[in-house]
Design a protein. Structure first.
Lengths: 382, 795
């Protein structure tokens, strides 16, 4: 059962209600992935990292295992029942009812009831075990390959083999500590097929709604194990992953195979979104750097941005307007398909992690300070 | 006028047949005793003058309470956590981004740097190099001081650059107000001077802040206002507040003298009680100093009580002597007769005062125990100065003719007044009085339901809401993200283990639990620092806002943690809980939640201990106060009841005397509830003092009333005679006691004002109760015929 948050306005009114709510007693602490998220009235006012629509419903996920959802355009929020207390970093719905959330300690959570209740499908321990297994397989294949390869290619392959060993040792030593690494984003095509991406190049795929996962990292050319920060689908159906040190990967076959793109940028990219036009994608990240590609990432153009704060995520409204959000209260808006943006700096200067266009031109933003309703520029309503 | 023959009666209250031993002892050695007093006064007076103000705040907290024990045990680990001053420099017109403002701020920063007691390495302002902006770049971190390197203040560019740096500094809400109209100079203080080891002189430090910072720079730049808060400033203001007591002493003495003259119309009858009462004060203060006590903001009030008690009992002596003198006795005989008539009720009253004070020992807080000692000593001296010194001096000087005439003349007009008041004992009036009393009781009980434990006002409860300090405090609370009420939970671990993942996670869980508790605003600990820095180390990405399981990452994340959050051995780390207020309920809810968490989660790895911070101290104090309150009430009433029972040997008499007192106590609590005064260190003693001293009136009235009833008079007639002989003295006693404390209401120290208000009410209302309600109760409770019969039978 979910805890009802019956507050008309976020903030002060919620506090009043919380007094009436009886507090659960505190028991000795289990591991963070075995500790259910505490029912709280404060989830909508604290860090939320990602938001998505489940049909008309808006679902947002954030720190301490908070997942909240709203059926009235963000006016009132209900907290979902989540079996972990780790910081969650991404949420995505494959259908109106079937959704997944990911986060620290390598957790993957699944909901079959549009966000009301969640079950733990995968932890960082299993994820690491999958990756180690897959690395071992890669190593065996590579050793095989080295044996068969002509002499002049052997040196390069030896290097690649070293990378694989190094990667596996890292995975093993991390696993000794526990599920240390976070997933950073999730994308599901439908109720069966989806991907999770994460720190140090973690990349898993499922085709059975998360029942089983396969390590998909070998499909990316990412030997250094750069963080994979975001995965998204753009208009036209291509999938895009962006990450640390300007990593950009594109798949045009539904994720079966991935191509590494030449990056226009050496810094971190934190997000990518389609512009609404076929094969067009905007990638953005550290210090407000932003790039537009109209050819599936084969070539990139710098999009000028005066606001120097890191950009985290974005969304396209029904009317084609593109909104990007970022640290320091940055909200950027483009009405010309992403060729130029008008910056706005929110008064609270808190980090904004995601944006959900509402009816009309209003926006719902989530981030450091929870949920806020804003106008099209990102200025708080009321 | 009482008949001298009556004074030769057989009752214990009237004088025994012969001169009692004490009377002979005193009156046969008059000169010797006076000389002894002279030297005693000289010796103790010399010491009294040298008594020092003592604002040791450790004495104001319940040292035996486990919270305080924990706090003091870990005091060195937490030392600098709470001891700082924040100086907010506010612009009146415009914002902070002007050359003038920045120049003034720079000078203030420099000035604070050189103040004695400031921990210079921790000093923070826009102008110190430790206030920086940091930005993540592709290559790593980039940053600099908030004041741009090329700052010249005159160009718009450099001011604009400054504004940019301020915005990205992460200090908005902390060092810079949200509206950019003020900034803070933050100065941590040394408890002890690191070079000389001398403790910080709070009074001196606070004066320097006023002179060298506030006065100087507000005069120099009329466009700024300076607001200063911090423990040191508060203590400084309190110490200064003690100083204003001298004025109150002067005013009290003048008012009392005038009143006394109006009462006695006799210069000697005025000056001698004032003189002997002042001597009692000197003797008390001198003894205190010899016993090693100083004057703290509580015990500084005791001399007022001692003086007032001295005067109020002195009045009885003057009154009795004037009555005897009017009968034609010479001054020595008048003094003897007055002594003979008064030494028993006088001593009884004074001893009950003293016992009232001693009940304060139930409160395990040193200042209150000191108060009990000081007041006990004072009352002991009042017995000596009042019943011995006063009487002896008067025996030499005598009552002046004017004074005697005044007593003789009070006849007709006075009598009419007493006649009317005697109707309080009338069978028709008494039920009405009782009904009013019952209604009063009902109202009192109704309103006192809201009575709260602890301090209720915002800001520093010791000072007034409209004091400079509390206004400054309100300014800072309004403009910065900060709370003045901090509860510190201490987390104890093995050495070097205070940053372990499990410990940080437990702290984080506790913090979240508390943030979900009503009354908690926010919290801070190493766990927050670790999460924030982990986020920052991951290119400022909020998705990394979590405590890492990897100890290497945790260690990296807290490398730059503020010194107060980690002790040198890394075996203690605090969780700071910022509260919305310091109301007792808030403190109780929060501390209970912490204790529950601690009992569930304390392990070999970590122990959660309450509690330091001002809120921890207040929670402990409230705890001690609420458990002491009922004990103290039972004891003080028990003592007073036993003393009355011992003296008057009648339960009915005890009821007549105690019921008005009880009504007053309840009404006083109702007044506290209505005027928002909580039960706290300052007001709890008032109940004991009010009852202990308040019983005097009842004793004086009842002893006379009983005497006249035993003579066979009807109740109303006996009460008329009682009022004639002692009514005026009793009313006067109430008024002098009231005046003795009423000046405190104007004290800059809030709790002194609260004490003044409540004691004033209790002294006056106890007097009214004994004059108005006692006779009405007597109408229902006393059986005069049986009393007479019993007295005859025992003869």
């Amino acid at each position: 059962m979910a805890t009802r948050l019956m507050c008309k306005t976020l903030g002060a009114a919620c506090l009043g209600v919380s007094m009436a709510m009886s507090a659960p007693s505190v028991f000795a602490l289990a591991d963070i992935i075995e500790t259910p998220s505490r029912p709280t009235m404060l989830a909508a006012e604290n860090l939320l990292n990602d938001a998505d629509r489940a049909g008309e419903r808006i679902v947002a996920a954030g720190e301490r295992g908070h997942i909240i959802f709203s059926d009235d355009q963000g006016e009132t929020w209900v907290q979902g029942q989540v079996p972990v207390s780790a910081t969650l970093t991404g949420v995505d719905f494959g259908t109106e009812a079937e959704g997944w959330a990911v986060g620290h300690s390598g957790v993957v959570l699944h909901s079959g009831d549009a966000g009301k209740t969640w079950e733990l499908q995968l932890t960082g321990i299993e994820a690491a075990e999958l990756a180690i297994e897959s690395r071992q397989q890669q190593i065996e294949e590579m050793e095989q390959k080295i044996e068969e390869a002509p002499e002049e290619e052997k040196a390069d392959l030896e290097w690649a083999l070293d990378d694989l060993f190094f990667s596996m040792e890292n995975l093993e030593s991390d696993l000794e500590i526990g599920p240390v690494n976070p997933f950073l984003d999730v994308w599901f095509e439908n109720e069966d097929h989806g991907f999770v991406v994460g720190a140090y190049g973690m990349f898993l795929r499922t085709t059975d709604g998360g029942e089983t996962w396969r390590d998909w990292a070998p499909r990316l050319e990412n030997p250094t194990g750069f963080h994979l920060n975001a995965i998204t689908q753009i208009t036209g159906g291509a999938l895009v992953i962006v990450g640390e040190a300007g990593q950009i990967f594109v798949s045009v076959d539904g994720g079966e195979s991935w191509e590494k793109r030449e990056s226009p940028y050496e810094g971190s990219l934190f997000g990518a979104i389609g512009t609404g036009q076929v094969n067009e994608v905007l990638a953005f990240g550290l210090r407000g750097n932003m790039f537009l590609s109209t050819d599936l990432g084969k070539s990139w153009k710098v999009v000028p941005n005066e606001a120097g704060a890191t950009l985290n995520n974005g969304a396209v409204s029904d009317d084609g307007r593109i909104t990007l959000v970022g640290n320091g209260g940055t909200v950027l808006m483009s009405t010309n398909g992403g060729t130029s943006f008008r910056p706005y700096s929110r008064d609270d200067r808190e980090g904004v992690m995601d944006v959900v266009p509402l009816s009309g031109t209003n926006l719902l933003i989530v981030g450091e300070g929870g949920v806020k309703h804003t106008d099209a520029r990102g200025k708080n309503l009321q | 006028m009482s008949n001298p023959k009556h004074d030769k009666g057989e009752h214990y209250l009237t004088t025994p047949k012969a001169e009692p031993f004490l009377e002979r002892l005193i009156f046969n050695n008059r000169a010797l005793i006076l000389i002894a007093f002279f030297f005693l006064t000289l010796f103790l007076g010399y010491n009294a003058v040298k008594i020092q103000p003592d604002a040791s705040f450790e004495r104001m907290i319940p040292l035996e309470h486990p919270y305080i024990v924990n706090m003091l045990e870990h005091r060195n680990d937490l030392e600098n956590l709470g001891n700082f001053v924040r100086i907010a420099v506010e612009v009146e017109e415009g914002d902070i981004f002007t050359q003038e403002y920045m120049e003034t701020l720079k000078q203030i920063t420099d000035e604070v740097f050189y103040l004695n007691g400031v921990d210079r390495s921790g000093l923070k302002s826009l102008w110190t190099s430790n206030v920086r902006w940091v930005e993540v770049t592709e290559q790593g971190f980039q940053g600099g001081t908030v004041i741009p390197d090329n700052y010249d203040g005159s160009s718009r560019d450099s001011l604009e650059q400054l504004r940019q740096n301020v915005l990205r500094s992460n200090e908005v809400g902390r060092l810079i107000s949200d509206n950019f109209r003020s900034t803070i100079v933050y100065a941590p203080l040394y408890e002890n001077n690191p070079e000389t080891g001398e403790p910080l002189d709070y009074g001196e430090f606070s004066r320097q802040l006023e002179e060298k910072i506030r006065d100087k720079y507000e005069a120099q730049n009329p466009n700024i206002d300076i607001h200063i808060v911090g423990f040191a400033k508060k203590v400084g203001d309190l110490i200064e507040g003690i100083g204003s007591i001298a004025w109150f002493a002067g005013i009290t003495i003048i008012l009392t003298t005038l009143l006394l003259y109006g009462y006695s119309r006799c210069i000697t009858g005025t000056l001698v009680p004032v003189f002997t009462s002042i001597i009692a004060v000197f003797l008390q203060l001198g003894t205190l100093r010899l016993l090693g006590y100083g004057l703290d903001p509580y015990s500084v009030l005791v001399p007022f009580l001692v003086f007032a008690i001295g005067i109020s009992h002195g009045v009885q002596i003057v009154n009795a002597m004037a009555v005897e003198a009017a009968k034609g006795f010479d001054s020595v005989t008048a003094a003897r007769l007055a002594f003979r008539a008064l030494y028993i009720p006088g001593m009884l009253a004074l001893i009950s005062d003293a016992f009232g004070f001693l009940t304060l020992f139930f409160i395990e807080i040193d200042v209150i125990r000191d108060l009990a000692v000081a007041a006990g000593i004072g009352v002991a001296f009042v017995i000596l100065t009042n019943l011995v010194l006063h009487v002896l001096i008067m025996s030499y000087l005598g009552i002046s003719k004017g004074g005697v005439r005044h007593v003789q003349n009070h006849g007709e007009k006075q009598d009419r007044k007493w006649r009317i008041m005697s109707y309080f004992a009338h069978p028709g009036v008494a039920p009405i009085s009782l009904l009013i009393a019952v209604i009063g009781l009902g109202l009192g009980l109704y309103y006192k339901q809201d009575l709260k434990v602890g301090d209720l006002d915002q800001g520093a409860p010791e000072l007034r809401a409209d004091s400079r300090y509390n206004k400054d405090n309100a300014f800072i609370i309004d403009n910065y993200s900060t709370s003045a009420d901090v509860l510190v939970v201490m987390v104890k671990t093995e050495e070097e283990q205070c940053t372990q993942y499990n410990t940080l996670r437990a702290m984080d869980t506790l913090q979240w639990e508390l943030q979900n508790t009503p009354g908690v605003q926010s919290s801070a600990s190493l766990a927050n620092v670790s999460k924030l820095v982990t986020k920052a180390l991951n290119e400022g990405n909020w998705k990394w806002y979590e405590i890492s399981r990897n100890q290497t990452i945790i260690n990296a994340s807290i490398r730059e943690a503020p010194a107060g959050l980690i002790n040198t051995n890394c075996d203690l780390t605090p969780v700071l809980v910022f509260l919305e207020d310091h109301k007792a309920e808030t403190l109780k809810t929060v501390t209970e939640r912490v204790e529950e968490f601690a009992s569930n989660n304390n392990s070999d790895e970590h122990t959660f201990l309450l509690g330091a911070g001002n809120a921890g101290v207040e929670a402990a104090t409230n705890d001690v106060i609420s458990s002491a309150k009922n004990m103290m009430l039972i004891f003080v009433y028990g003592v007073v009841a036993s003393l009355c029972l011992l003296t008057f040997r009648s339960i009915r008499a005890v009821l007549c005397i105690l019921i008005p007192l009880g009504l007053t106590s309840i009404l006083a609590e109702a007044i506290m509830a209505v005027s928002g005064i909580g039960i706290k260190v300052a007001t709890l003693p008032v109940i004991a003092l009010g009852v202990g001293i308040g019983v005097d009136y009842g004793i004086y009235i009842y002893s006379k009333l009983e005497k006249f009833l035993l003579e066979g008079k009807t109740l109303q007639e006996a009460y008329f005679e009682t009022l004639r002989s002692t009514g005026k003295a009793v009313i006067f006693t109430g008024v002098t006691l009231g005046i003795g404390v009423v000046t405190w209401i104007f004290s800059p120290i809030k709790f002194q004002a609260d004490m003044g208000l409540l004691l004033f009410f209790m002294f006056i209302w106890n007097m009214v109760g004994s004059i108005w309600l006692l006779p009405a109760l007597a109408r229902f409770l006393l059986r005069p015929d049986r009393m007479v019969a019993k007295a005859r039978a025992s003869k």
